[in-house]
Design a protein around this ligand. Structure first.
Ligand code: IMP
Ligand code: MG
Length: 180
């Protein structure tokens, strides 16, 4: 499929993201204040910048791990079938776990990962997503913390891609096609 031409309309600025992460970090620190060492599990690849900024605002001991799930490929539609491409390294039995996702769309990815991690008997299992598109939800799931609710539409930047591009934008923008 040839790549379509598009422009990116700014949606959430780097400054807004930083301010929101500061406040989310305060809530997470309070929730896990009694935790000995929180295991943060980033979902690759989209959450790599979010988790990097988030951990640096947390004043507590954390361990970092990653899970990679099947992605959209270059498509803009969820396949609704989620597979684990790369599992996490650590053991989470009896541990406090926070799953870090970039964006919850249909919800299938987060629902699948949560169901899997539950079988491993963590102590607390919580989720945070930078972005949420509630109007697109198909699976019954909401993240415990959400950075921003956004309307339906395809977004990029701050770790999030379209066909593997635009992850390095420091802000979140909305893709607008210019080829009709
Ligand atoms: P879900 O399983 O439909 O909730 O989709 C989850 C994954 O799809 C997210 O982790 C993203 O990687 C990707 N995704 C969903 N919406 C967008 C978007 O607007 N832009 C880029 N990727 C997206
Ligand atoms: Mg993702």
């Amino acid at each position: 499929m040839p790549e379509r031409s598009y422009v990116i309309d700014p949606l959430i600025s780097a400054k807004q993201i930083a301010a929101r992460i500061e406040s989310l970090a305060r809530e997470i620190s309070a929730e896990f204040a009694d935790s000995d060492k929180l295991v943060m599990v980033g979902l690759l690849r989209g959450s790599f910048i979010f988790i990097a900024d988030l951990v640096r605002e947390l004043k507590m001991n954390v361990e970092i791990d990653f899970i990679e799930t099947t992605s959209y490929g270059d498509a803009m539609q969820s396949s609704r079938e989620v597979h684990i491409l790369k599992d996490m390294r650590g053991d989470i039995a009896g541990r406090d776990v926070l799953v870090v996702e970039d964006i919850v769309d249909t919800g299938y990815t987060l629902a699948h990962v949560l169901a899997l991690l539950k079988t491993r008997n963590p102590a607390r299992l919580r989720t945070i997503a930078l972005l949420d598109k509630p109007s697109r939800r198909e699976a019954e799931i909401t993240a415990d913390w959400i950075g921003f609710d956004i309307p339906d539409g395809f977004v990029v930047g701050y770790g999030i891609d379209y066909a593997q591009r635009n992850r390095n934008l420091p802000y979140i923008g909305k893709v607008r096609f210019t080829d009709g």
